[in-house]
Design a protein around this ligand. Structure first.
Ligand code: RTP
Ligand code: MG
Length: 132
């Protein structure tokens, strides 16, 4: 069974959306395998988002993701990575369809509520970083 790493970002925790996010994953039929509340140390944030190190928004992205507690989760099920990405919706909430988490709860790309691994390889790497 495939696993994926998902986290409610600081904006989602701040707005009280942990339950809403967890509920959507449960309703879809995925199984929660692990979870914890944590504040991400800066070094872990830079490692997690390492693929974006050269982007102009990298500093702001790391500032944002370390700005308050997150709710980190591992979800398990068939095609867990792709199914989670479909539930989450497109990166830019303005392009995310209704019925997706970002489409229903977010307005701008900087604060888009939730993260989901983009491939099984990323999922293994991120689960190792956060739960290893
Ligand atoms: P995530 O990694 O957070 O799940 O988001 P994603 O795969 O949908 O998008 P990704 O390309 O990995 O980007 C990571 C996060 O960086 C912020 N971002 N800002 N200002 C911009 O143009 C821009 N582009 C991306 C977003 O918060 C995105 O979630
Ligand atoms: Mg990503």
């Amino acid at each position: 069974m495939e696993k994926t790493f998902v986290m409610v970002k600081p904006d989602g925790v701040q707005r009280g959306l942990i339950g809403a996010v967890v509920s959507r994953f449960e309703q879809k039929g995925l199984t929660l395998a692990d979870a914890k509340v944590m504040t991400i140390p800066r070094a872990l944030a830079e490692e997690h988002y390492g693929e974006h190190r050269e982007k102009k928004f990298f500093g702001e992205l790391v500032d944002f993701i370390t700005s308050g507690p997150v709710f980190a989760m591992v979800w398990e099920g068939p095609n867990a990575v792709q199914n989670a990405r479909t539930l989450i919706g497109k990166t830019n909430p303005a392009e995310a369809g209704p019925g997706t988490i970002r489409g229903d709860y977010a307005l701008i790309v900087d604060s888009n509520i939730v993260h989901g691994s983009d491939s099984p390889e990323s999922a293994a790497r991120e689960i190792g970083l956060f739960f290893g």
